[in-house]
Write a protein that binds this ligand. Sequence first.
Ligand SMILES: Nc1ncnc2c1ncn2[C@@H]1O[C@H](COP(=O)(O)OP(=O)(O)O)[C@@H](O)[C@H]1O
Ligand SMILES: [Mg+2]
Length: 468
Amino acid sequence: MAAIAAAKVQEVREITRIERIGTHSHIRGLGLDDTVQPRHVSQGMVGQLKARRALGILLEMIKIGKIAGRGVLLAGPPGTGKTAIAMGLAQTLGQDTPFTSMAASEIFSLEMSKTESLTQALRKSIGVRIKEETEIIEGEVVEIQVDRPATGSGVKVGKLTLKTTEMETIYDLGNKMIDSLIKEKVQAGDVITIDKATGKINRLGRSFTRARDYDATGSQTRFVQCPEGELQKRKEVVHTVSLHEIDVINSRTHGFLALFSGDTGEIKPEVREQINGKVAEWREEGKAEIIPGVLFIDEVHMLDIDCFSYLNCALENEMAPIVIMASNRRDTQVRGTTYKSPHGIPFDFLDRMIIVHTSQYSDKDLKEILKIRCEEEDCEMSDDALIVLTRIARETSLRYAIQLITLSSLVCRKRKGTEVSVPDVRKVYDRFLDEKRSTQFLDEYQDSFMFNQPAAAVAATEQEMECS
Ligand SMILES: Nc1ncnc2c1ncn2[C@@H]1O[C@H](COP(=O)(O)OP(=O)(O)O)[C@@H](O)[C@H]1O
Ligand SMILES: [Mg+2]
């Protein structure tokens, strides 16, 4: 029975894995070796060595936790792996360092002001590692004795006998403890821990001395040693939460459920001030540690002048994360002004940042990336077809070529083939246009479209409107 259930669970997992193929799902890290040098192909990452090396150094600095409040700009043409590199960094950082990713346009919302959503993003990227010492009772259950009242309902009382290799003690049980013992299905021979503060019971497994009663246990049972020493122990528990999570839990208007619904609304500055004070107190007492994480803002030219000036100040705060931004624009208007600036970022803000460039890929790298994507999308492709696809990637764009992988594998499946061949790729290339060919098509057939106005006429109308 248990075995059948386990098999079912595995099936479900496999289905979810297939569904999780996303644009960057092949990336599992920055692909660096122990000396922080990038390997040419590793962890799903290919080439772009300079940028990966730069982020590797940054990663080491983040890990030490010494730097905060820095800005890094990833600048390069579209499709050169800016987002991919940031995702790689996130994966390499590990569980404990917070990483928040957002697109700059996310800050424009009717429910929240721009600065509020930036503040939330900044605070999501700062972790607080809280150390707590709890007292627990850990032992092997010798006997549970529950006295039920004769009436059937009412208060239950009982006794629990626990032992370690050195001692044995009898504890009185209240109603609540009895209920949780029943809920956890604790029986004699189990090794359990009881949190003294919360009364939470945790079943660690069955004691080895009971291994002989194997018949009575399922195949999933875990056997553990009977604990040694005293029954009562002190245990240090470490949690890492983000400042934003603490904010939401403490903001009375929303409550912690807002963390799951994402509907956090605006959080009052007083709440944040109080929390900053409390966290500072914990830090002084040695109970908590601040972990500056990473905030990644993609398409950063979408931020406007208000946001940049807010970030200017926010980065100077001692509890600021490292902000990594990405942009594919050259000189463009800074939103909210009539001035142009490189990457659409005002000069004073650019001055705070270190800039990392990503450059166009060589054919060899393009082929390697496409090969990795074929594996990720479970598509067998012949070498010739891969060469054709690489050429398509060079002449159109890497993204377009990646799109063609699954499409051509569908064509291949339709003709009941096992491997995508050159004609399959050619077929989808003819059927689905890239940006260049689509523009060409529009130019050729512009007369048949609605609201068609030649480019020269549009410019003339605009000029007229400006003059009037
Ligand atoms: N160096 C690389 N290694 C592996 N995959 C890459 C690399 N560069 C880009 N890609 C993949 O190519 C696609 C486009 O890259 P992306 O990071 O979205 O470009 P950008 O953000 O610079 O416009 C994505 O699917 C990405 O995962
Ligand atoms: Mg991108």
